[in-house]
Design a protein around this ligand. Structure first.
Ligand code: DAH
Length: 369
């Protein structure tokens, strides 16, 4: 059996010689220094201080050295590994601090950002406006009635005492459908719903009819080929113009506030007799015709009143055409523009805002559900 190898020269065990150890240490220190983030540092630790790193492997060779050589080799490797561990620790602290700082920046919450980044949708102001109007009447026990926008000529005109020679029947105002012999139009007003209501109900009848109407109008700030009207019809025994006036005053006050009532001006509609134009007390100057500075009110142009719609006592010829006994029943009717009413109510200056789908216009009305 051979004795311990006292002659063994540790310098000849390559991984343990001073240059190799120094090279491994320097490579480790360079890798630690070069690690730009914690992930890279983890890799450097594995490569240079892990179980399979050059210095760990070198360390294992020490046991095979003759006892007198072990100390020196052990010190050399130990110092190198110590230096590496220290460098790793220092670099770890630096990178952790940098990481924390970076997270503070990345995760910053900008408290000045708008909270509602996905704003809730809202119903269109014309929808909510029409419902608000209908509600005023439903609260009085009236019924909401609707009719088609593509309407029989007879219901749009004839039944309402608009004879074949009436100017509203010319191509000027009416969108006719083809073929002409079908006698079908896009309804020019909501009044045909009056006729439909009388034809399908027995009196007493109290209906309010909001809806879309069509006329061959220019498209500008105050006109549109499609707009909205609300029609009202009351048929009962003993109905007079006084009931009409009281109803419209209530409607005006409900829409525009206390003190905003109506006045009637004599007018003509084929379907009512007598007929009247309805004006509202100017809701800006409240009828004084002047503004706060004493200048002429711009809203009513110094009139103190604003045109709102048409109305009257239902013409007996309409009652007859729609199967209602004019000896027993009388009635009143009225028609207003819904868009126009909302323009007044909300100070809208351009009608087109209602139709062009810009949410900046519609959200200004709030998110009524
Ligand atoms: N239909 C009329 C228009 O479009 C408005 C109107 C006036 C309706 C008088 C009525 C009424 O019911 O009685 O201009």
């Amino acid at each position: 059996m051979s004795g311990p190898n006292n002659e063994y020269d540790p310098v000849q065990v390559t991984p343990l010689n001073a240059e190799e150890v120094a090279a491994a240490r320097d490579a480790a220190l360079a890798a630690v220094e070069a690690a730009a983030d914690l992930e890279q540092l983890k890799q450097a630790r594995l490569d240079h201080a892990g179980d399979r790193s050059p210095l760990a492997l070198a360390n294992r060779e020490i046991g095979a050295l003759p006892p007198q050589a072990r100390k020196e080799a052990g010190q050399r490797v130990g110092q190198a590994r110590g230096a590496i561990n220290q460098a790793l620790k220092a670099r770890q602290e630096v990178l952790e601090a940098a990481h924390e700082e970076q997270m503070l920046v990345v995760e910053t919450v900008d408290v000045t950002l708008p909270v509602d980044r996905h704003p809730r949708g809202a119903r269109h102001p014309l929808t909510t406006g029409a419902e608000r109007i209908a509600d005023v009447f439903v609260a009085m026990g009236w019924e909401v009635a609707e009719g088609p926008v593509i309407e029989a000529e007879w219901l749009n005109f004839d039944a309402l005492n608009l004879g074949p020679d009436h100017p509203a029947r010319t191509m000027q105002d009416t969108f006719w459908t083809s073929p002409a012999e079908n006698h079908v139009v896009l309804r020019t007003h909501t009044s045909p719903v009056q006729a439909r209501s009388m034809l399908t109900r027995t009196p007493p009848i109290y209906v309010v009819c909001p809806g879309r109407v069509f006329r061959t109008d220019e498209y500008d700030a105050t006109h549109s080929p499609m707009f909205h009207q609300v029609e009202g019809l009351a048929i009962d025994e003993g109905i007079t113009m006084a009931h009409l006036k009281g109803t419209l005053d209530h409607f005006a006050t409900a829409m525009f506030g206390e003190g905003i009532t109506t006045r009637f001006r004599p007018s003509y509609f084929p379907f009512t007799e007598p007929s009247a134009e309805v004006d509202l007390v100017c809701f800006v100057c409240r009828g004084t015709a002047v503004n706060e500075d004493g200048d002429t009110c711009r809203t009513c142009r110094g009139e103190g009143w604003i045109e709102w719609g048409g109305c009257g006592v239902v013409n007996p010829r309409v009652l007859v055409a729609c199967g209602v006994d004019p000896e027993r029943y009388t009635g009143f009717a009225f028609g207003m523009g819904i868009d126009r009413t909302l323009m007044f109510r909300h100070g809208v200056e351009d009608l087109r805002g209602f139709f062009e789908g810009d949410v900046r216009f519609t959200t200004a009305f709030g998110t009524e559900i």
